[in-house]
Design a protein around this ligand. Structure first.
Ligand SMILES: Nc1nc2c(ncn2[C@@H]2O[C@H](COP(=O)(O)OP(=O)(O)OP(=O)(O)O)[C@@H](O)[C@H]2O)c(=O)[nH]1
Ligand SMILES: [Mg+2]
Ligand SMILES: [Zn+2]
Length: 304
C-alpha cells in the first residue's frame, strides 16, 4: 500500500504520483461516493489516495479539503469534479487575442469565493498591447487589487513578469484557469520546459482558442508546488448560486452591505442602499456592480 496524489484522470484511468516521485497508472476498485452530488468521476486530480501498487488500483480516498465541480454537460444533472485540494487558483485573462470579458472574470471570482479558493488574476500577452490596452490592463489591475485580488501583468512570449508568477506558485497547489487561447499551457511550458504541453495558435479569424487541453492534469513546478492545467474557460464550473447569497461573493459589496437600510437588501432598487451609493460615488466599480446585477437577474453569460 502507498499514499499518493492523483495527477491525471481520464475517465476510468488514473495516474498517481507517490511521495518518492514514482508514477503509477491505476484503476479504481470499490465504490467511492461524494456526499450530496452525483459525479461522473469519483476520483479527481489532486485527490490524495491509497493505492495497492501491486494491482495498480486505488483503494481509498482521503477526505477532500475542497473541490471544484462543473456540470458534466449542459443537459446533465451529473457533475464532474475538476480538481480537489487546491490552495489557490490563477485566472489567466487577455485583453487581446482573445479578449476576456470582465463579466467572465467576475463570475469566476464569485465562484472561487463560494469555494473559498483564493485567486490571482494573470493578465497575459502584454507584448500585444498598445497604449490603450496597457492603460486598460493597469485599470483592471487597480480595480481588482482594491477588491483584494493580486494581479500580475505578464507576457509569456517575452518572458515578462514570470518571476512573480514563480514566487506565487511556490509550495502550493494552483489551479490554472482561463478561456481557451489565453496561454495557460504556454505559461506552464515556460515554467517547466520538460512538460512540452501542447499549445496551439489561435485562429486569427475567430480570435478564439479551441480547447487544446482536454483533461485537467497536475504538473510539478520547479521550486516546489504543483499546477493544474484545466481545459479552457469551462475550467471552473459556474456554480448554481443561491440568489440571496450572491453578494457574499463580491467582497467589496459584502463589506458595504451592512450600511444598507434593509438587512435583506438585494442592492437592486431598494431605498438607502449603501452599495448603490458606493457605485454612484465610484467606491465600487461600475462593471463589478453590473456583473453582480447580471448574476442576480439570472442572465446566462454570452461567452463560451
Ligand atoms: N503574443 C503572445 N502570444 C502568446 C503568449 N502566451 C501564449 N501565446 C500564444 O497563444 C496561443 C494559445 O496558447 P495556449 O498556451 O495553447 O493557450 P491555452 O490557454 O492553454 O488554451 P487551451 O488549452 O485551449 O485552454 C499560442 O499560439 C501561444 O503561442 C504571450 O505572452 N504573447
Ligand atoms: Mg492549454
Ligand atoms: Zn443594498
Amino acid at each position: 500500500m502507498r499514499q499518493g496524489t492523483v495527477i491525471k484522470s481520464t475517465g476510468s484511468r488514473y495516474r498517481v504520483l507517490d511521495d518518492t516521485g514514482t508514477i503509477y497508472d491505476c484503476t479504481i476498485r470499490g465504490r467511492f461516493r461524494t456526499r450530496g452530488i452525483r459525479t461522473t468521476n469519483p476520483v479527481a486530480v489532486g485527490d490524495h489516495v491509497t493505492i495497492d501498487e501491486q494491482d495498480g488500483v486505488i483503494c481509498a480516498l482521503t477526505p477532500r479539503r475542497n473541490y471544484i465541480i462543473r456540470r458534466a454537460s449542459n443537459l446533465s444533472k451529473e457533475s464532474q469534479i475538476l480538481a480537489a485540494n487546491i490552495d489557490q487558483a490563477f485566472l489567466m485573462v487577455t485583453l487581446k487575442m482573445p479578449t476576456t470579458p470582465v463579466e467572465f472574470i467576475d463570475r469566476f471570482l464569485a465562484s472561487a469565493e463560494a469555494y473559498r479558493i483564493p485567486v490571482c488574476l494573470v493578465i497575459n500577452k502584454s507584448d500585444l498591447y498598445g497604449t490603450d490596452e496597457m492603460e486598460t490592463a493597469f485599470r483592471v489591475k487597480s480595480v481588482y487589487e482594491k477588491v483584494g485580488y493580486p494581479v500580475y501583468i505578464i507576457s509569456v512570449k517575452q518572458d515578462i513578469g514570470i518571476d512573480q508568477i514563480k514566487k506565487a506558485l511556490e509550495g502550493k497547489v494552483t489551479l490554472i484557469s482561463g478561456n481557451s487561447g489565453v496561454g495557460k499551457s504556454s505559461l506552464l511550458n515556460r515554467l517547466n520546459p520538460s512538460l512540452s504541453l501542447k499549445t496551439e495558435d489561435i485562429s486569427e479569424y475567430h480570435e478564439q482558442g479551441r480547447h487544446v487541453t482536454t483533461f485537467p492534469e497536475m504538473h510539478p513546478v520547479p521550486g516546489g508546488g504543483y499546477v493544474i492545467d484545466t481545459p479552457g474557460i469551462r475550467g471552473f464550473g459556474v456554480i448554481d448560486f443561491d440568489r440571496n447569497e450572491i453578494y457574499h461573493f463580491f467582497p467589496e459589496i459584502f463589506r458595504l452591505s451592512s450600511g444598507c437600510r434593509f438587512y435583506n437588501c438585494r442592492h437592486l432598487n431598494e431605498p438607502d442602499c449603501a452599495v448603490r451609493a458606493a457605485v454612484t460615488s465610484g467606491a465600487i466599480e461600475q462593471w463589478r456592480y453590473k456583473s453582480y446585477v447580471s448574476m442576480m437577474l439570472g442572465e446566462s453569460p454570452k461567452y463560451r
